[in-house]
Design a protein around this ligand. Structure first.
Ligand SMILES: C[S@@+](CC[C@H](N)C(=O)[O-])C[C@H]1O[C@@H](n2cnc3c(N)ncnc32)[C@H](O)[C@@H]1O
Ligand SMILES: Nc1nc2[nH]cc(C(=O)O)c2c(=O)[nH]1
Ligand code: SF4
Ligand SMILES: [Mg+2]
Length: 193
């Protein structure tokens, strides 16, 4: 759908330079999705893997982040191979609704109430990033924290339109449950993509 060089705004790599590759197509349907224009894959042009990998590496970014849309709808073997061959680290943003393919340096798993994740994602997640849209999402987040690996980093990120309401709850929750950390979408504060 689009590709751009920016600063990773969320999670463990928040603040790091990263080249984003956003794949069109998603069948999860989150009511608060901030990239609804990504859902229809047919609305976006196809590009060659070799071209996009070359462009990403030429940016100078050490990291390529594959996002969407929902990237696990696709076989990502060739894309991740091309990015690795070009010398880049491969990171993914996913709801984990289908089995993950490809070779990954970092997996951000963000589960959704609108479609259950495939259980194979739990052991692969390097970070669990739960979007908090209402208070009950904090308890829901714990269900996933119990399923991911011991090393998996745990983040609570306010849903953008509910940030004013949810952030104070998240702050108090993290203080009381310090295995969790706060993740903010810092790119939205910086007015960058
Ligand atoms: C647009 S999604 C694309 C990747 C994948 N479909 C997913 O949901 O993980 C990228 C990240 O943005 C988060 N996100 C989407 N809409 C959001 C919103 N309104 N507020 C906060 N985070 C949001 C998602 O949870 C996910 O972690
Ligand atoms: N700067 C920036 N950081 C991000 N982290 C995850 C994003 C995504 O949409 O997957 C995203 C995004 O869209 N922009
Ligand atoms: S899974 Fe990701 S891209 Fe799909 S609707 Fe939800 S937030 Fe948007
Ligand atoms: Mg985004």
């Amino acid at each position: 759908m689009e590709d751009f060089y920016t600063i990773q705004g969320e999670g463990f790599y928040q603040g790091s330079a990263a080249y984003f590759i956003r794949l069109g197509g998603c069948d999860v349907g989150c009511v608060w999705c901030d990239v609804k224009e990504s859902w229809d894959a047919a609305a976006h042009p196809q590009v060659q893997i070799s071209d996009i990998a070359e462009k990403a590496a030429a940016s100078g970014s050490p990291i390529a982040v594959i996002t969407g849309g929902e990237p696990v709808m696709y076989d990502l073997t060739l894309l991740t191979r091309a990015l690795r061959d070009a010398g880049m680290r491969t990171h993914i943003e996913t709801s984990g609704v289908y089995p993950l393919t490809g070779t990954w340096d970092w997996v951000c798993f963000s589960p959704k109430k609108f479609k259950a994740p495939h259980p194979s994602i739990f052991e692969k997640a390097n970070e669990l990033k739960v979007i908090v849209f209402n208070k009950s999402d904090l308890g829901w987040a714990e269900d996933f924290a119990a399923k991911v690996s011991k090393q998996c980093r745990l983040y609570l990120q306010p849903e953008w339109s509910k940030e004013k309401e949810m952030l104070p709850l998240i702050i108090e929750y993290v203080k009381a449950n310090p295995k969790w950390e706060v993740s903010l979408q810092i790119h939205k504060y910086m007015n960058i993509p």
